[in-house]
Design a protein around this ligand. Structure first.
Ligand code: NAD
Length: 268
């Protein structure tokens, strides 16, 4: 298999990179040679307030590790400003990870206009605004890699998340069309439905996918982090749908995940 995956010379925008999953993406891209725009509005998990300190901290972390990064504090709703920060500092945009997100959970009957609108505006409209600004730049370069962040709450539905589910599956539709329209310009657009222990998932059981492969357990030899190379080297196994499983709910899916984790701990 090939060597380390590197992003030298590439410019990556990560939205919502001041904490949680976005921070991890930004640190990883920074450690692998990309010049990173660390975007974060710095509000709370419900989308209230703002602060520059979240993005600044991550920029400092990347720089102290020898990487290159700049901060941007705009809301993703001002996507053009975020892309402009990349162009002003680095002259191009190669990678865009639409990651920023908030939650305003309420049972469907109690969902207010504000709960609906804010969640829609950050997730779906926000990703649209940043991607629309980046797309022409990528088209001109004949290179672009875009990630949309969906959620299993959109795939299965989840109690109290009508607003979030709708926005998240909307992102999948957006991604599918951007992928079709971007293809001839070498712009690839894909969607992920991550699971991670962050402030958004405190107290929640994470759900997973409609149908999934048995996957592959990727573990570092030191037991700390999973590397992109392990994912690459196990890719054939990860995408092998032979004997795929069909969890019908987040609970069933979590049981599968817990089973896999038990297997690992028994082997080690
Ligand atoms: P998080 O709250 O830790 O991080 C989200 C970040 O987005 C925060 O730093 C926040 O300040 C930023 N943000 C919020 N609104 C913004 C805006 N308008 N403009 C710019 N930045 C903004 O959450 P996380 O768990 O790391 O979630 C990251 C993404 O992954 C979200 O889109 C979330 O919906 C999705 N997701 C997470 C999980 C999970 O298990 N954690 C599961 C499915 C999907």
């Amino acid at each position: 298999m090939g060597g380390e995956l590197r992003f030298d010379g590439k410019v990556a925008i990560i939205t919502g990179a001041g904490g949680g999953l976005g921070r991890s993406y930004a640190l990883l891209f920074g450690s692998r040679g990309a010049k990173v725009v660390v975007n974060d509005l710095g509000g709370d998990a419900k989308g209230e307030g703002k602060s520059s300190s979240a993005a600044d901290k991550v920029v400092d972390e990347i720089r102290s590790a020898g990487g290159t990064a700049v901060a941007n504090y705009d809301s993703v709703e001002n996507g053009a400003n975020i892309v402009q920060t990349a162009l002003d500092n680095f002259g191009r945009v190669d990678i865009l990870v639409n990651n920023a997100g908030i939650l305003r959970d309420r049972s469907f009957a109690r969902t207010s206009d504000t709960d609906w609108d804010l969640v829609y505006r950050v997730h779906l409209r926000g990703a649209f605004m940043v991607t629309r600004a980046a797309f022409p730049v990528m088209r001109q370069q004949k290179y672009g890699r875009i990630i949309m962040t969906a959620s299993t709450s959109g795939i299965y539905g989840n109690f109290g998340q009508a607003n979030y589910s709708a926005a998240k599956l909307g992102l999948l539709g957006l991604s599918n069309t951007v992928a079709i329209e971007g293809y001839k310009y070498n712009i690839h657009c894909n969607t992920i439905a991550p699971v991670g222990g962050t402030r958004l998932t405190e107290g929640l059981l994470p759900p997973d996918r409609w149908e999934h492969t048995k996957g592959s357990v990727c573990q570092s030899s030191h037991g700390d982090i999973v590397s992109p190379e392990q994912v690459r080297d196990n890719w054939e196994k990860i995408i092998d749908f032979t004997g795929s499983v069909h969890p019908a709910s987040s609970q069933e899916n979590s049981a599968l995940l817990i089973g896999a984790l038990q297997e690992i701990s028994e082997k080690s």
